[in-house]
Structure formats: C-alpha cells, structure tokens
Design a protein around this ligand. Structure first.
Ligand code: SF4
Length: 222
C-alpha cells in the first residue's frame, strides 16, 4: 500500500454511514456545546475564543470578560489592551482581542447591534470563519449544518467518512453523507472525539463504532 493510501483508509459504505449515523444519534441525543453562555453575544464571543483553545480554558476566561463587557456595545468600545489582558491565557489572544472588538464594532455599525443569524452575514464579521459561523448557528438555532474542528476531522477520517485534507472539504463530505441531523451529529462527533476517540490513546475497546473503524491514525486538517 502506498503512503497516500495508508493516510486515507477505505471509505465507509452507504450502509455503514447510515449505521454510524444512528449510533451517534442514539448515544448523543441531546448534546450541546460545553461552552458556557447565556445569550447570542456570549456564544459568539466564546466560539471565537475557542479556536485553537479548549472549551475549558474559554469557560475560565469568559466570566470576567462578560462582567466587564456584557454586550456588543460595551465590547465595541473596549480598550484593546484591557481585552488582551482579560483573555491572555487563551491562544492567539492578541489577534482574538482585535477581532472581538472589530466584530462588535461591525455588529453595532452595520447590523444595528443585532448579531446576524445567517451564515453569509456571520462570515463577514472579523474573526468569524465558516466554522465559527456554523457552530454558532448549530448551537443557537439547531441549523442543519456541520462544522469541523480537530475532533470531528479526526473521527470522520478514522471512520472513512471523508478523505478530504481540509476542514472545509470534510464538512462538505459529512453534510453530503449524513444529509440530516447534522447539528446533532456535529455535537456527537465533537464529544466522541474529545473524550473517546482521542488523538492519542483512543479508547478503542469500549468504542461504540469500533466495527466501522478504518484507522487509528491521528488525522489532522492541513
Ligand atoms: Fe476511534 Fe478507536 Fe473507535 Fe476507531 S476504534 S473510532 S480509533 S475509538
């Protein structure tokens, strides 16, 4: 087998896809994000902070941030150094602080202070890519969308659900293959990847989808 073939294992069959889907839906029926938030503003800020950072870390940072900047208006007028200080234990905090303030300013100026709930508008906001937009929509509106983070990417590849080398390509594959219940499947794959199908030492013996597993390689998006 060539190196390339070894990296991208056999694809899951149609039947396997359906079975994997029903197992995930059965085991993770009402999963929600582990980020703590009380409203749409807190959700989008938390999701922006969570890029390349753990939800646990974000949940430690946000109480003080939201106390000082409880809404879009306050964040739009925030002092950059102060926001940096409040989020400095988060990865890429310099950029994230700039983006958070710029996002709030744009929401205030262009969207009259209301965070838009359409993907095509959300992605116009500074620091909001398609993944962040989809996670916000999945969580807040239950939209039939997929979002691919490091966990979803790894699980999708180990199960032969995608051979794409990017998160975007994997998102398209999963949306095409699963078609419905995408928001639940997203949450399920995040939790399954985070706690069971871990990058290092996955818990294969107890795995709910071990019969469908194609590889134990620790796939990462390029
Ligand atoms: Fe992940 Fe192991 Fe299950 Fe394969 S058998 S999906 S590597 S936990």
């Amino acid at each position: 087998m060539s190196k390339k073939e070894a990296k991208y294992p056999k694809a899951a069959s149609k039947q396997e896809i359906e079975e994997i889907k029903s197992i995930f839906l059965k085991h993770y029926p009402d999963s929600v994000t582990e980020l703590n938030y009380n409203n749409l503003y807190e959700l989008i800020v938390s999701v922006m902070l969570s890029a390349q950072c753990t939800d646990k870390r974000v949940n430690i940072i946000t109480p003080a941030l939201f106390k000082k900047y409880p809404g879009i208006k306050e964040l739009a007028n925030a002092d950059l150094d102060d926001v940096k200080e409040l989020i400095k234990s988060c990865s890429f905090f310099n950029n994230k602080a700039k983006n958070l303030i710029a996002m709030a300013k744009m929401v205030l100026e262009i969207y009259k202070g209301e965070i838009p709930l359409e993907q095509k508008e959300l992605v116009k906001l500074p620091g909001v890519g398609q993944k962040t937009a989809n996670v916000v929509l999945i969580e807040y509106t239950g939209a039939n969308l997929m979002a691919v983070d490091t966990h979803v990417f790894r699980v999708a590849h180990r199960l032969g659900l995608s051979k794409a080398s990017t998160a975007k390509g994997t998102e398209e594959d999963l949306a095409k293959k699963f078609k419905t219940n995408l928001h639940q499947l997203h949450q399920a794959m995040v939790l399954f990847g985070r706690y069971k199908c871990k990058a290092v030492k996955p818990e294969c013996e107890e795995c709910i989808v071990k019969n469908y597993c194609k590889s134990k390689e620790g796939f990462k998006a390029r």
